[in-house]
Ligand binder design. Structure first.
Ligand code: CA
Length: 267
């Protein structure tokens, strides 16, 4: 266990040393440690998580109810928010939706039961990852590290790896992804996706008409260090589908291939 903790800590330290500004991430313009806000009304758990994230290199702010958590996020502008679903005052869904009106930070939602994550399916919550209690704090730290690694690997790395690309748009029918600008349009209408949703749609659009398996999607979007099942992919796909449908896309624009994964359908 100690070895795992050391590895995770080393990874986060490496991320800090890069001094690069992760793509599109809010937060203080100056240097300093990355900031995390924990919103959890079980105070012993909140303190435990705060200690773990602090040891992983984060400056941690803790809040014990929804309104205080939202206020903390507004004030701190963290890179990462760990957000319990069941909170007094304002629940995690309400907090996350409000956060999404001003921040694209990573949100890891904590749920008390696996079924709660299912309930979130189809809701426009905007969380990047879900974790069901009980979980080990080390697992949480590993997931956050994977999210941050992904942010470093996507836009900036891809842009520098492809020299002088004249056209960074991916087009499939009425769908247009601007890879550099990280914007999506369908039939000309802007489709507002979260960072994770954009990355998933980008993977599909880079292989249009071909099936992308859930495990491949986890590897591409979350990175090889990701430990989790494909359910999280389904949750995000549901959100993308709803948003594309609102822009006029057919319900099966992203087609499910039963037991395998997803593909962009022919149009
Ligand atoms: Ca709670």
């Amino acid at each position: 266990m100690g070895d795992d903790a050391d590895l995770v800590g080393a990874d986060l330290a490496a991320a800090l040393d890069s001094r690069g500004v992760p793509d599109g991430q809010p937060g203080p313009a100056s240097g300093g440690p990355p900031r995390a806000v924990i919103v959890e009304d079980e105070q012993p758990l909140a303190r435990l998580l705060a200690g773990c994230l602090s040891r992983a290199g984060f400056a941690v702010t803790t809040a014990y109810d929804g309104p205080a958590g939202l206020a903390a996020v507004r004030q701190v502008l963290p890179e990462v928010v760990v957000l319990d679903l069941g909170l007094p005052g304002l629940d995690g869904i309400g907090v996350c939706r409000r956060i999404r009106t001003f921040s694209d930070c990573f949100v890891v939602m904590l749920t008390a039961r696996a079924e709660e994550a299912d309930t979130l399916l189809g809701l426009s919550v905007g969380a990047d990852a879900y974790m069901t209690k009980p979980f080990s704090p080390r697992e949480l730290v590993a997931r956050i590290a994977a999210l941050r690694r992904r942010a470093r690997l996507t836009a900036p790395a891809a842009a520098s790896a492809s020299p002088a690309t004249a056209d960074t748009s991916l087009v499939w029918g009425d769908l247009v992804l601007d890879v550099d600008g990280r914007t999506v349009r369908f039939e000309g209408s802007l489709v507002e996706l979260t960072r994770t949703e954009f990355d998933i749609l980008r993977v599909l659009a880079e292989a249009p008409g071909r099936v992308v398996t859930r495990s491949d999607m986890l590897g591409w979007v979350w990175g090889p260090g990701w430990v989790g099942d494909g359910h999280v992919v389904d949750v995000h796909i549901a959100h993308i589908r709803r948003k594309l449908a609102e822009a006029g896309a057919a319900a099966d624009f992203i087609r499910s291939v039963r037991g395998v994964g997803y593909r962009l359908d022919d149009f």
